[in-house]
Write a protein that binds this ligand. Structure first.
Ligand code: AMP
Length: 284
C-alpha cells in the first residue's frame, strides 16, 4: 500500500491508474478502523481495480471540541489493517493540506431541510463540515465509486446531495452496517465506552429491532416511540432522538405512520451513554 500525505502526489497516482483504464474506489474514514471500515474496503476491492482509503479526522465536522480532542487515533494498527485488507493507497493528509487557508469562513452548501432534522438538528454545522471535507477529498480522488456505511444514514443522503451539487459522476454505494455479535453497531467511538457501558450500549440495537417488529405488527408510532425511549432512559442513556422516517426523504413519521405508511421507512436513534454519543438505524 502506498501512503500519500500530499494531494498533488495522490492526484498523480490516480491519474496514472486512470490512464491504465483502472476504476478507482474510494473509502473516506476518520481512522480508528474496525471491521465496518474494512467491509467498505472489501466491497471497493470487489467492485473496482484500485482502492483508495483516506484517514483524516476532520475538525470542521465536530460541533463539540471534547469529542474532537478525544477522537481515537490508532494510525499504526490502522495501516496494518488496511495492508492486510489489500487496500492500494492511503491518503493521510494534515489539516494544513486539507485546509491551506485555515478552517474559518469556509464555503456553505445548500442542503435544504436535510440539515434541519436529526443529526443536522442536534449537531449544528456537522453536515457543513462533512461537505467541506468530502468536497476536497472527492476533488482530489475523483473516484468512480464512493463507498460509505448505512450506519451514518443521513450522512449518505447528505453526500448524495453534495455529489448532485458538484455534478459529479461518482457513484455512491451505501454498504450495510457491520455489527458486533451482540448487535452493537461497530463504531470508532465504541472504544471510549467503559466495560460496563459497552454492555449497556447494546440497548440501542435492541430498541431498533423492537421498533421494527412493532411497526410490522401495526402498533402506532407514538406508542412504539415512548416504549423505546423508556427502555433507553431506563438503561442510562440521554436521548437526542428516537425517530421513524421515510427512508428516501427522512421526513419524520406522523402519528400513525407505523400503521398506514406503506413505503420504506428507517428508524433512527442517537443517544449519549455518559459522554459517548452513539447512533444507529434500521430499515423497517
Ligand atoms: P468514520 O470513520 O466513522 O467517519 O466512518 C467512515 C465510513 O465508515 C463511513 O462511511 C461510515 O458510515 C462507515 N462505517 C462506520 N461504521 C460502520 C459500520 N459499523 N458498518 C459499516 N460501515 C461503517
Amino acid at each position: 500500500m502506498i501512503i500519500f500525505k500530499y494531494a498533488d502526489q495522490l492526484a498523480r497516482y490516480i491519474q496514472q491508474q486512470k490512464a491504465a483504464q483502472k476504476q478507482i474506489g474510494f473509502v473516506p474514514t476518520m481512522g480508528a478502523l474496525h471491521n465496518g471500515h474494512i467491509a467498505l474496503i472489501d466491497r471497493s476491492k470487489q467492485d473496482t481495480a484500485v482502492t483508495v482509503c483516506s484517514i483524516f479526522v476532520n475538525p470542521t465536522q465536530f460541533n463539540n471540541a471534547t469529542d474532537y480532542q478525544l477522537y481515537p487515533n490508532t494510525i499504526e494498527p490502522d495501516i496494518m489493517k488496511l495492508e492486510a485488507a489489500g487496500c492500494d493507497a492511503l491518503f493521510l493528509p494534515s489539516i494544513a493540506e486539507m485546509y491551506p487557508q485555515g478552517t474559518a469562513g469556509l464555503e456553505h452548501y445548500d442542503l435544504g431541510y436535510l440539515e434541519t432534522l436529526l443529526e443536522g438538528k442536534f449537531r449544528p454545522g456537522h453536515f457543513q463540515g462533512v461537505c467541506q471535507v468530502m468536497f476536497r477529498l472527492l476533488t482530489m480522488v475523483q473516484p468512480h465509486k464512493l463507498f460509505m456505511g448505512q450506519k451514518d444514514y443521513q450522512q449518505c443522503m447528505v453526500v448524495s446531495r453534495l455529489l448532485q451539487l458538484m455534478q459529479s459522476a461518482t457513484e455512491l454505494i451505501t454498504c450495510p452496517t457491520l455489527r458486533e455479535p451482540d448487535g452493537l453497531a461497530m463504531s470508532s467511538r465504541n472504544m471510549r465506552l467503559s466495560l460496563h457501558d459497552r454492555q449497556i450500549a447494546t440497548t440501542i440495537y435492541k430498541c431498533l429491532t423492537t421498533i421494527k417488529q412493532e411497526c410490522n405488527k401495526g402498533i402506532t408510532w407514538p406508542v412504539i416511540k415512548e416504549k423505546a425511549e423508556q427502555l433507553l432512559t431506563g438503561a442510562g442513556f440521554i436521548i437526542d432522538y428516537v425517530e421513524l422516517a421515510d427512508a428516501t426523504t427522512l421526513q419524520p413519521a406522523h402519528a400513525t405512520m407505523a400503521t398506514i405508511y406503506q413505503g420504506p421507512r428507517v428508524a433512527l436513534i442517537a443517544a449519549f451513554l455518559h459522554e459517548v454519543r452513539l447512533i444507529d438505524n434500521i430499515l423497517v
